[in-house]
Write a protein that binds this ligand. Structure first.
Ligand code: GCU
Length: 420
């Protein structure tokens, strides 16, 4: 007989239409089958179950990690000498020849580069490397900095989003910055138009996999968010082996739809040491139940390809979801998560994202981690330290839907608090 807390195989999980309704948030400490989570081992099984439920009903099943091949090109002295750029082309030899590859750009502070020609007097941090922020970008690696050395992907001009990414600040603070362009792996709605309407996605990397070979039943194939997260995992595969990168201190950040991918990537991969979903909204940190901003019907209507096809069965039926987004947050525990939100970014629903964190927080406590301090909400110039922010915190600035230097200062303070 199946061990306690083990889900039936994906093909035997109920159809979305057959799931019972419960307007309350699913309890992190009660399994799908109604058993109590009492010991640490129970939580590990519950975590695996939660992730499978998200695969089956929300994001879809991604293929297993593929064989990868890399080709790297190193350019010292970029960004006025502040960094060494390494561009790594990550390709997949077992996939069809026309499969997309990922071009990851990695900027390491010049003084942390083990091969740099700079003057260091002995005690180089190179022995241990530096922590790295891996950010998923929207329009091409070249938008993150204004430097001719970066390979152009897509139409956007160099440096178009340098105020958004603040790579200079990240490097100044002693961190590396890595990034890849989501559209290189899996094109988004703007690029593929109605071609993917109807759910799931057939574009980019999706086209190179046989959907029938994925583990779930029809309706549960990976959508675009799962593909972007899969791409983040491939970047982590590579980053961990790069000299100068501190492999156990890789943080992942994405904004908005890419924030949804960042939290899915972080929840499913314990190699990711810190998760920063920025204004991730519905399908990210924000709860689906009772969301008076972007509903499941809104998001699956406008962006069906982001999710497993079956997610739209919960449009107007959110209470039937066997998970809600707090359980995804909980799967990051005991690792740290900083949810960054704009107080004027109403569509992302920062208040309901905060509710999600509060409902997830008991899992950190259960695992003997610091978890949430006080009400888990910091803003503006509040001090960010281990004592004020704990492991799980929402940080707000008075902005609409964007990222800027003020957020980065807070994010890097939070990272320092956990990585030092
Ligand atoms: C739309 C969508 C959001 C998403 C956002 C973005 O507004 O409804 O869910 O987060 O686009 O990616 O900027």
């Amino acid at each position: 007989s199946a061990p306690a807390h083990e889900l039936p195989p994906p093909t035997e999980l109920p159809d979305p239409a057959d799931l019972p309704a419960d307007p309350d948030l699913p309890d992190p400490f009660e399994t799908f089958g109604g058993e109590a989570v009492e010991r640490r081992a129970d939580w590990l099984a519950r975590r695996a179950e939660i992730l499978d439920l998200f695969r089956r009903y929300v994001y879809g099943y991604a293929p297993d990690p593929p064989e990868i091949e890399t080709a790297a090109e190193r350019t010292p002295g970029v960004l006025d000498g502040a960094a060494t750029l390494t561009e790594v082309t990550i390709s997949f030899p077992d996939l069809p020849a026309d499969a997309p590859s990922i071009t990851m750009a990695l900027f390491l502070p010049a003084n942390a580069d083990p091969n740099a020609d700079t003057d260091t007097d002995g005690d180089s941090p190179a022995e241990t490397g530096v922590p790295v922020v891996l950010g998923l970008n929207r329009a091409g690696n070249q938008v993150t900095v204004a430097d001719d050395a970066v390979t152009i992907l897509g139409d956007a001009p160099r440096g178009a989003r340098q105020e958004f990414w603040c790579v200079d600040r990240i490097l100044d603070r002693g961190y590396g910055f890595a990034t890849y362009f989501c559209g290189e792996l899996a094109p988004d709605s703007e690029d593929v138009g109605g071609a993917t309407a109807g759910g799931g996605s057939t574009a980019g990397i999706h086209a190179t996999y046989d959907a029938a070979a994925l583990p779930g039943p029809p309706g549960s194939e990976w959508g675009t968010i799962a593909a972007w997260a899969w791409g983040l995992h491939r970047c982590v595969d590579v980053l961990r082996a790069v000299e100068g990168v501190r492999a156990h201190q890789i943080a992942v950040l994405g904004h908005s739809r890419r924030g949804k991918a960042a939290v899915w990537a972080g929840a499913t991969d314990e190699r990711i040491a810190l998760v920063v979903p920025h204004q991730s909204g519905t399908g990210g940190v924000t709860l689906s139940r009772a969301n008076d901003q972007e509903s499941v019907a809104d998001i699956t209507g406008a962006f069906p390809h982001w999710f497993a096809d079956d997610f739209d069965a919960f449009a107007g039926r959110e209470a039937h979801l066997p998970v809600d987004q707090h359980l995804l947050v909980a799967c990051v525990a005991p690792r740290p998560l900083l949810d960054t939100e704009g107080s004027l970014d109403f569509w992302a629903n920062p208040d309901l994202a905060h509710e999600s964190l509060r409902a997830a927080a008991p899992v950190w406590t259960f695992l003997d981690a610091d978890g949430m301090v006080g009400d888990g909400l910091l803003a503006g110039d509040d001090e960010i330290s281990r004592a004020t922010a704990g492991d799980l915190c929402q940080y707000r600035r008075d902005t609409e839907h964007t990222l800027n230097r003020g957020y980065w200062d807070a994010i890097l303070d939070f990272a320092d608090a956990h990585f030092e």
